[in-house]
Design a protein around this ligand. Structure first.
Ligand code: AMP
Ligand code: MG
Length: 322
């Protein structure tokens, strides 16, 4: 065999030699996270993906006492706490979205969320007195941000107010992974962070017209076929639903999305809201906001954004798209 051919074959084997792993799954961010990197699914890429997710979890998880958010919460009423820039930025964006959505999405609802404890061992229906008291400690304006000499601080002005970014952090994490994939020139990927979906890149390498398809679960009967399939070129599809985390007491379902105005689980006729947009962080926050608001509002306009698609399903299974 001529030397040049041997050299070419060696080169071919070396370049094809990267081992591609199947989609990987890990429990992080309080949920099951699965990532499919297709042809770029090397061990190294998957390690870095889950390393990044764990890093985000360590910064934002209110159940980890060492997270930046927990430190801010435990120092509430006692002055500013230094945080990482990305923590500061996500809290800043959360406050902005809270303002634009009439606080239907509210990152300062820790007092109410902890009181209900939905999905935790201490979940229960609190008394109306307890709810009334907690409502007084959910004001986003009590969360103050300060940037000084390149350092970032968050201060909660009231001892009983606490941050909880559970309604936005999975969206943030999806966008962060998408940015990582862009940087690494990964061609296509599906990120599924507990149902918070991001379809990255072109689905088919040979045909740009092939779209990603994402099914929307039937919130009324989660075991049945999807109620709708969303087709997208790339971007995120996020659903907030009353079937995700809840408990039942005396035949009534108490789910995990709280209406800060009443202090009770949001009680409209809506069973799920899906938001489709290129930025998952926006999808995640607005899905929660629209669920509480009971449908689409002018949130998109208030945030100065365009091209967001909303799909909601009511408690009878009826679907509306806009
Ligand atoms: P999601 O599944 O994205 O709708 O987020 C629900 C999670 O966000 C809950 O488990 C709470 O931690 C938190 N949460 C509940 N209600 C709200 C709300 N109205 N605004 C902001 N966060 C909320
Ligand atoms: Mg959300």
């Amino acid at each position: 065999m001529p030397g040049i051919l041997i050299f070419a074959l060696c080169f071919l084997f070396a370049s094809c030699g990267k081992q591609v792993l199947p989609p990987q799954t890990e429990y992080v961010l309080g949920t099951v996270c699965s990532v499919n990197l297709y042809d770029d699914g090397t061990r190294e890429n998957y390690i870095d993906v889950f390393k990044r997710l764990n890093e985000i979890d360590n910064e934002f998880n209110v159940n980890k006492p060492t997270s930046d958010i927990s430190k801010v919460n435990s120092d509430a009423g006692h002055g500013p706490v230094a945080v990482k820039k990305e923590v500061y930025e996500l809290v800043r964006l959360s406050k902005e979205i809270s303002l634009a959505t009439g606080e239907t999405f509210n990152p300062a609802m820790g007092a109410l969320i902890n009181l209900w404890g939905i999905g935790k061992d201490n979940q229960r229906v609190p008394s109306q007195e307890e709810i009334n008291e907690a409502i007084n400690h959910c004001r986003p304006e009590n969360v103050q941000l300060k940037e000084e000499n390149g350092s970032y601080y968050i201060e909660i002005k009231d001892e009983k107010t606490a941050l909880d970014l559970g309604a936005i952090v999975k969206g943030f994490a999806s966008d962060e992974l998408a940015a990582m994939m862009e940087e690494r020139k990964i061609k296509r990927a599906v990120i599924d962070l507990g149902g918070n979906i991001y379809c990255f890149g072109q689905k088919s390498s040979s045909n740009p017209d092939v779209l990603w398809k994402v099914g929307i679960r039937n919130p009324v009967d989660t075991t049945s076929d999807p109620v709708e399939t969303v087709s997208i070129r790339s971007g995120s599809v996020v659903t907030s639903g009353n079937y995700e985390r809840y408990f039942i007491e005396n035949g009534k379902r108490y789910h995990h999305i709280i209406d800060g105005k009443t202090g009770w689980p949001a009680d409209s006729s809506i069973a799920s809201v899906t938001v489709v947009y290129e930025r998952s962080v926006i999808c995640d926050a607005l899905a929660t906001a629209c669920f509480v608001a009971g449908g689409k509002r002018d949130f998109e306009e208030k945030l100065g954004l365009k091209g967001i698609k909303f799909i909601w399903v009511d408690d009878k299974g009826k679907l509306t798209e806009r």
